[in-house]
Design a protein around this ligand. Structure first.
Ligand code: BGC
Ligand code: MN
Length: 383
């Protein structure tokens, strides 16, 4: 009798363990989907668990991306307070004054990258309805996102042509209200990527009321249109998987390549540091600024946040970058948008992009840095 009871108990223990495991698995899926929603409403759309990247049907067409997200879309509806886009092809289109569908209807999944270099005229011929300055917005509905693409630039014309040919189609399929800004630094000053991004932020805002800024290396070409170029609630590192890095993050805190911040987030972190001349470190400093303000950097799944890098010679690293990075925190409040000095030589609304040609004075920036150092030392109590 006793033996039978203990056998029963053992069986029960197994049963309880099995049921608990199943419950835990279900809970884990539930919690992680809530987590994704918090990150970005479209995260359900891009979750690699739900959407196999670039899946094609037997006739070689892309499977309609909306099929992947039916359930997720409906779940988000109430929380976001927006109407769910109809998944019925016969449904009426939005009116001109209505917000565009939550999921852009022409979104392709994975897209190929054409690295051939076309002339500006050839590229423009593919985009007859672009407005001067590389501006565009959907005609049939009001875009949900006003986005400025800011490109720090010098001497990479071949890359710029490949970029423009690819990006206009990519951004238009995403139904964005966007403009592309190429911020070119005049010679002979050493390249300063971060300062050019600060300048792009300020200059683009003079031209249009952007809500969202995507800071973009010209040599990175996105490979999946589900990588939506909008700004979610938290700053986003977009180029999470780059082909030359084996489609993996080289380190968890990386914030280089392509990143997205809202106007308010940019202002709140005082933009990028102006002190990084030459290659490296400025993006790591931005990572530290973002974290110091209590934001959490987010990324789309690695299967969607994919980029091809166009080939170029490796730049010379700035030997001072580590020192600047370690001292960075002391300068967050004084070095950035609020100390930005530059001279605009020209702003041109070119057919495919807005060209902002600027000068910066490296000596002046460095002198300011020395002054800041002196001040910081003086303030330190002697022991
Ligand atoms: C540099 C970053 C760069 C990263 C990846 C780091 O060592 O500081 O600026 O983005 O390497 O190349
Ligand atoms: Mn590169």
């Amino acid at each position: 009798m006793t033996g039978k009871t203990s056998k029963c108990t053992k069986e029960n223990v197994f049963k309880v363990a099995a049921v608990t495991t199943v419950i835990l698995i279900i809970l884990q899926f539930g919690v992680s989907s809530i987590f994704y929603q918090y990150y970005h409403p479209l995260a359900v759309l891009v979750s690699s668990k739900i959407a196999p990247v670039g899946k094609q049907n037997s006739s070689g067409e892309f499977v309609d991306i909306r099929d992947f997200i039916v359930s997720g879309q409906l779940r988000h509806k109430d929380r976001l307070g927006i109407a769910s886009p109809s998944l019925n092809a016969n449904a009426s289109l939005p009116r001109k004054d209505e917000a565009c569908p939550f999921i852009p209807p022409n979104l392709r999944g994975a897209v190929s990258v054409d690295k051939s270099i076309k002339s500006y005229d050839e590229i423009k011929a593919n985009y007859p309805d672009l407005l001067p300055g590389g501006r565009w917005k959907p005609k049939d509905c009001v875009s949900r996102h006003r986005v400025a693409i800011i490109i720090p630039y010098r001497d990479r014309e071949a890359h710029l042509k490949v970029f423009l040919q690819h990006m206009h189609k990519f951004l238009q399929d995403q139904q964005l209200d966007y403009g592309i800004y190429v911020i070119e630094l005049a010679m002979p000053t050493k390249f300063n990527r971060a300062m050019l991004m600060n300048i792009g932020f300020v200059e683009a805002l003079k031209l249009y009321d952007y809500q969202c800024f995507v800071f973009h290396d010209v040599d990175l070409i996105p490979e999946d249109e589900r990588n939506i170029y909008s700004c979610p609630e938290q700053p986003r590192h977009m180029s999470a998987a780059v082909d030359t890095m084996g489609y993996r993050l080289p380190y968890e805190a990386i914030f280089g390549g392509v990143s997205a911040l809202t106007k308010d987030q940019m202002k709140n972190v005082n933009g990028f540091s102006n002190k990084f001349f030459g290659w490296g470190g400025e993006d790591d400093d931005m990572h530290n600024r973002i974290v110091a303000k209590g934001y959490k950097i987010i990324r789309y799944p690695i299967k969607v946040a994919r980029y091809k890098m166009l080939s170029h010679k490796k730049d010379k690293a700035n030997p001072e970058r580590m020192g600047l990075l370690y001292q960075g925190r002391k300068r967050f409040a004084s070095d950035g948008l609020n100390s930005l000095k530059y001279k605009v030589n020209k702003v041109e609304l070119r057919p495919l992009y807005t060209w902002v040609y600027v000068e910066i004075n490296e000596e002046e920036v460095k002198k300011q840095l020395e002054k800041d150092h002196e001040l910081a030392h003086r303030r330190q109590p002697r022991v």
